[in-house]
Write a protein of this length. Structure first.
Ligand code: CS2
Ligand code: MN
Length: 348
C-alpha cells in the first residue's frame, strides 16, 4: 500500500511543503489542468507538474484524472481522433513513470451534491446530497446553478449537451466505454500503466443522464469488457457506499482478489435517508461505512496499490477547496495508515 494525497499543483492553497510533513504520505496524485479536455498532454507539460513533486521527495505515479472528452462518451464521429490523443497522453505519462490513471465515464457531470458547505453539529462543514434538492436543480427546467458546476458550463452549453445525451441510454454508454477501453488498454499494457475507473458519484442516474459504474455487477461487467489487469477500478468507498445495497466489504474483497484495484479512495459517508447522504470524518463511527472491515478485506485479498484520503470536511475554519482542504484529509490519511498498520501487524 502506498499512501498518497491529491494536490492541485501550484493553484492549490495546500502547499507541497505541508504535505511532505505528513510522514505517512509518500506520493502525490495530480493532473495537468491547463490543457483543454481532449488535447494531448505533452511530455513538457507532464515534466512541469512532476518536477516540484519529486523535488519534494514525493512520488509521481498516480494521475487523477485524464478526463474523457464528452464526444467519446457520446460515441460521436470525432471520437477516434480524441482516443488517439488519449493514447498519446498515456504513452507520455508512462515515459514519466506514471503507473496509474484514474478517470471516470460519467456524462456531463462528475460528482454531484446539493450542498458544498453543509453545517454539522460540531461546526465543521461537509458536502451533502439531498435527493429532492438536487432534482429541483434540473438544468433542463430551471436556471438554478448546481453547486460546483457553475463555472464549467454556461446554461446554453448544458442544455445542448443534455440534448445530445437523449440518444445515449445505459447500453449505448456501455458500448461507448467498451469501444474506448478496447483501444486504450493495449496502450496501457505497453506503457506500464493501470487504468482505474472512478465509480459514478452518486451511483445512480440523474436528470435523465445514464450512469453505469454503480455497483458490483457493473464493476464485474467493466472488468470483463477488456480482461486485463490494466483495466481496473478506483475503489471509492464513499461513491459506491452511499447506495446501501453496495456491500463495500464484499466488493473490496472480490475485486482485490481479482487484482483489479490499483487505486483506493478512502472516504466515509453517512446515509441519512433514501438517496440522501452527507460526507463525514473518515473514522468508522462517524459514518455508515466500516472503514476497518473494508481495509481488512483489501489487505486479506492482496491489495498493494495506491490509497488516498478522499474528501475531507472543512474544519478549523480552513475554508479550502470543497472536499480538498488540508486538515481533515491529513487526519483521514493518518487514520487509514493507523488502521493499515494494525491490520498488517495482526495478520503476521
Ligand atoms: C473525486 C472525483 O473529488 C472527487 O469526488 O473523487 O472528482 C474524481 O477525481 C473523478 O471522478 C475521477 O475522474
Ligand atoms: Mn472518489
Amino acid at each position: 500500500m502506498q499512501m498518497t494525497f491529491r494536490w492541485y499543483n501550484n493553484g492549490d492553497a495546500v502547499k507541497l511543503e505541508q504535505i511532505r510533513q505528513l510522514p505517512y504520505v509518500k506520493g502525490i496524485v495530480t493532473a495537468v489542468y491547463d490543457i483543454p479536455v481532449g488535447e494531448v498532454w505533452t511530455e513538457e507539460a507532464i515534466a512541469a507538474i512532476k518536477k516540484p513533486i519529486v523535488d519534494a521527495g514525493l512520488t509521481f505515479e498516480v494521475i487523477e484524472s485524464v478526463p474523457v472528452h464528452e464526444d467519446i462518451k457520446l460515441g460521436a464521429p470525432t471520437r477516434d481522433a480524441l482516443i488517439d490523443n488519449y493514447c498519446t497522453t498515456i504513452r507520455n505519462l508512462g515515459k514519466a513513470g506514471v503507473k496509474c490513471i484514474c478517470y471516470n465515464f460519467m456524462p456531463v457531470f462528475d460528482w454531484l451534491r446539493s450542498e458544498l458547505q453543509h453545517p454539522m453539529a460540531d461546526g465543521s462543514k461537509c458536502l451533502a446530497f439531498d435527493r429532492d434538492t438536487v432534482l429541483a436543480m434540473d438544468p433542463s427546467v430551471t436556471e438554478l446553478s448546481l453547486p460546483g458546476w457553475d463555472e464549467s458550463y454556461t446554461h446554453a452549453e448544458l442544455l445542448s449537451l443534455l440534448d445530445k445525451y437523449k440518444a445515449v441510454d445505459e447500453e449505448k454508454l456501455w458500448a461507448n466505454l467498451g469501444y474506448f477501453l478496447k483501444k486504450i488498454i493495449p496502450v496501457c499494457e505497453e506503457s506500464g500503466i493501470k487504468m482505474a475507473i472512478h465509480p459514478d458519484d452518486p451511483p445512480w442516474g440523474i436528470f435523465g443522464l445514464p450512469r453505469i459504474i454503480t455497483g458490483r455487477d457493473a464493476l464485474d461487467r467493466l472488468c470483463k469488457t477488456v480482461d486485463s489487469p490494466a483495466n481496473g477500478i478506483t475503489l471509492c468507498f464513499g461513491s459506491l457506499g452511499c447506495n446501501p445495497q453496495n456491500d463495500m466489504v464484499a466488493i473490496a474483497a472480490e475485486f482485490a482478489k481479482r487484482d483489479r484495484i490499483p487505486f483506493v479512495h478512502a472516504r466515509n459517508i453517512y446515509i441519512s435517508g433514501e438517496r440522501c447522504f452527507n460526507e463525514t470524518a473518515h473514522l468508522s463511527e462517524c459514518g455508515s461505512l466500516d472503514m476497518y472491515k473494508i481495509l481488512e478485506a483489501l489487505y486479506e485479498n492482496g491489495f498493494d496499490g495506491y490509497i488516498r484520503p478522499d474528501h475531507g470536511r472543512n474544519i478549523w475554519n480552513e475554508n479550502g477547496r470543497p472536499g480538498y482542504g488540508l486538515y481533515d484529509r491529513a487526519l483521514g490519511a493518518s487514520y487509514v495508515c493507523g488502521l493499515w498498520e494494525a491490520i498488517e501487524k495482526s495478520h503476521k
